[in-house]
Design a protein around this ligand. Structure first.
Ligand code: NAD
Length: 477
């Protein structure tokens, strides 16, 4: 299978890009597999202009017709899953089975927003003025802009595309230059399904240059970003000058709290393998393991055994359970975390080093007795490294869990209903999973609190993020 030809999509036309470009590297073998063209400043202006015209057309298209286009695109993507998943694995590294699951999820998201767009209801409000008619109506926000990270090349992209399109908005999307093929495949499917020109525009470039250009314009009325906390803060500042609405889906540092009344083997089966999904490069990845002292050794031993059994390799090879990290820079980060934790007294019980010297592979790693002072207990690892620490009381573990500025996901394992209820109430997080880690679905709100960002993707809240509220009052008609 050949890798996708990467082009820019501007006003319904696929372009080679006038702004230079960069190689795309397969992280499993460091081979160059393609080239991401960059948009020139003139092309970015063209995308802004096109998105204005695209918005006018799309907002005037009845939601039932928008849904039909989105459904058709879903079917086109479904028929092409094997090819797209293969390319996704080549550019990003995750096992091809995971890539297929990701695409299935993204297609669900597309269908869900297409349907939900038909239900962007307003309401009639009883008037004070006799005979008046008072209406609250929901209308699309306008042209939207979105910047997304590389870790979920399908889902990160689709949450923006489907949310905007379902609500009747147009979109300028900048996917990751490192993982562009999936976004391009989504763009081609949308076009084939009959999406009018200019409704979806896809550009690539030097991220800082593109985001300054697009956000510097008054045209986009919304910014939706998925990525790291520092970049999110930076983009929000850029958006402030023209007062764009923002949705910020940023990083996290998810505590996993394992109480001694839980079934440890079940907890390990549930959260242990989840840690190494996408090589830990997931914003809701479990990243700080707090285990009650009575079951601490049992948990560490079981986790260590499971980590050692994970089959690491090229995601295209049969049986691979964990692929490489996205790039060499992430290997350096893992090395730094492990060395620092060791220096501060932690013991590495599984992994702890790079694998081989070709491809960006890092061993599934478990570290026990990791003290709070170790950097990995407060900085997001975003890799396959799991620090474990023992705790004594519920109050202590709540304080530790809530002790960082992040607040995305939290996980609790207990068989005690009262504890589950207390933790659900007390944890400072946008998502809480009790006895299972599945906190993200198309129909449920997904998002963080505090420095993990704000605004939701998914659920009716996700559609609402692309809608604005208008009040209309009439008399004498
Ligand atoms: P990074 O912050 O450099 O890049 C993350 C993404 O943001 C990339 O896809 C990049 O293209 C984009 N980006 C960077 N600067 C930008 C700018 N000025 N304008 C627009 N887009 C910009 O980090 P990285 O080394 O690639 O990844 C590691 C860190 O990123 C982790 O610590 C993690 O917190 C974060 N991250 C978070 C998510 C998430 O889902 N929340 C996803 C990927 C990465």
């Amino acid at each position: 299978m050949t890798y996708e030809t990467i082009e820019l999509l501007i006003n319904g036309e696929w372009r080679k890009g006038d702004g230079g470009g960069e190689d795309i590297v397969n992280p499993a073998n460091e081979q160059v597999i393609g080239y991401t063209p960059h948009a020139s400043a003139a092309e970015l202006d063209m995308s802004l202009e096109a998105s204005v015209a695209g918005f006018e057309t799309w907002r005037a298209t009845p939601p039932i017709k928008r849904q039909a286009v989105m459904e058709k695109a879903a079917r086109i993507l479904e028929a092409d899953v094997d090819r797209i998943a293969h390319n996704l694995t080549m550019e990003m590294g995750k096992p091809v089975g995971e890539a297929k699951l990701e695409l299935g999820f993204a297609i669900d998201v597309l269908r869900w927003y297409g349907e939900e767009g038909k239900r962007a209801y307003g309401r009639i409000i009883p008037p004070r003025i006799p005979g008046a008619r008072q209406m609250m109506v929901k209308e699309p926000v306008g042209v939207c802009s979105a910047f997304v990270a590389w870790n979920f090349p399908a889902v990160n992209v689709m949450r923006k595309v489907a949310g905007a399109l379902g609500a009747g908005c147009s979109l300028i999307l900048k996917p990751s230059e490192e993982t562009p093929a999936t976004a391009v495949a989504i763009g081609r499917a949308m076009q084939e399904a009959g999406l009018p020109d200019g409704v979806l525009n896809i550009v690539f470039g030097v991220p800082d240059t593109v985001s300054r250009h697009i956000l510097g314009s008054y045209i986009p009325r919304k910014l939706s970003f998925t990525g790291s906390v520092p970049v999110g803060k930076h983009l929000q500042k850029l958006a402030a000058d023209t007062l764009k609405r923002c949705t910020m889906e940023l990083g996290g540092h998810s505590p996993v709290i394992v109480f001694d009344d839980s079934d440890i083997d079940k907890a390990l089966d549930s959260i242990g393998s989840n840690k190494f999904r996408n090589a830990g490069q997931v914003c809701i990845s479990p990243t700080r393991f707090y285990v009650q002292e009575n079951v601490y050794s049992k948990f560490v031993d079981g986790f260590t055994e499971r980590a050692k059994a994970v089959k690491v390799g090229d995601g295209l090879e049969e049986g691979t359970q964990m692929g490489p990290l996205i790039a060499a820079r992430r290997l350096d980060v893992m090395e730094g975390f492990v060395a620092d934790a060791r220096d501060k007294g932690a013991e590495v019980t599984a992994g702890g080093a790079r694998m081989g010297n070709q491809g960006f592979f890092w061993e599934p790693t478990v570290m026990k007795d990791v003290p709070d002072e170790a950097r990995i207990m407060s900085e997001e690892p975003f890799g396959p490294v799991a620090p474990v620490q023992a705790f004594k009381t519920m109050d202590e573990v709540i304080e530790k869990s809530n002790g960082l500025s992040f607040g995305l996901a939290s996980y609790v394992y207990t068989s005690d209903g009262a504890k589950a209820k207390t933790m659900g109430e007390q944890l400072n997080a946008g998502l809480v999973g009790v006895n299972h880690p599945f906190v993200s679905m198309p129909e449920t709100p997904f998002g963080g609190v505090n420095e993990s960002g704000y605004g939701s993707e998914g659920g009716i809240e996700g559609l609402d993020a692309f809608l604005r509220t208008k009040f209309v009052t009439e008399t004498g008609v």
